[in-house]
Design a protein around this ligand. Sequence first.
Ligand code: SF4
Length: 190
Amino acid sequence: MAISRRRFLQSGALAAAGVALSGKQGEASVDAPEMRTKGLKSSTTICPFCAVGCGLVVHTKNGKVVNIEGDPQHPINEGSLCPKGGALFQIANNERRLQKVMYRAPGSDRWEEKSWDWALDRIAARMKETRDRTFKTKEIDKKDNKEYMVNRVEGMTFLGGAGLDNEECYLWSKFARAMGVVNLEHQARL
Ligand code: SF4
């Protein structure tokens, strides 16, 4: 059925008047479900996985993470997350997640539980041993066949990651240089 311009405008005006009288425009439907995050504490943070640095909203209840989603107000991702970031909840709540130091000695077929103090002391001792063993003071340059002072560690690499912020990156690279380490890499380039 063809509708004239006048009739179309009349219909629109009647519909608008109906909405104004009923007062329903903009009201939430009585059938709308309650938000699943209602009453939870929310905090913002950054995804630890890659250098994109997407923003997250983490919801907690009694100190336990119960929901993680993209932060719609974050300028990088505006609420979206890749599948890895979208599965972060499963990292926070996972019975298979290791929460203690587990050590397997060279040649052993079993894992032993160790303390953090034991692990940190052992890492420090191994780093010191590697540094002393592989520290090079001089090297002959193939171009001119002359010997130059180099003072560098060749048996160690420092690997950083996207989870580090500016200040952590600064300290991390300072520490590497102080050790004499010249091989510095970033997880996202591997
Ligand atoms: S959500 Fe995905 S793209 Fe964003 S920072 Fe995490 S891993 Fe990178």
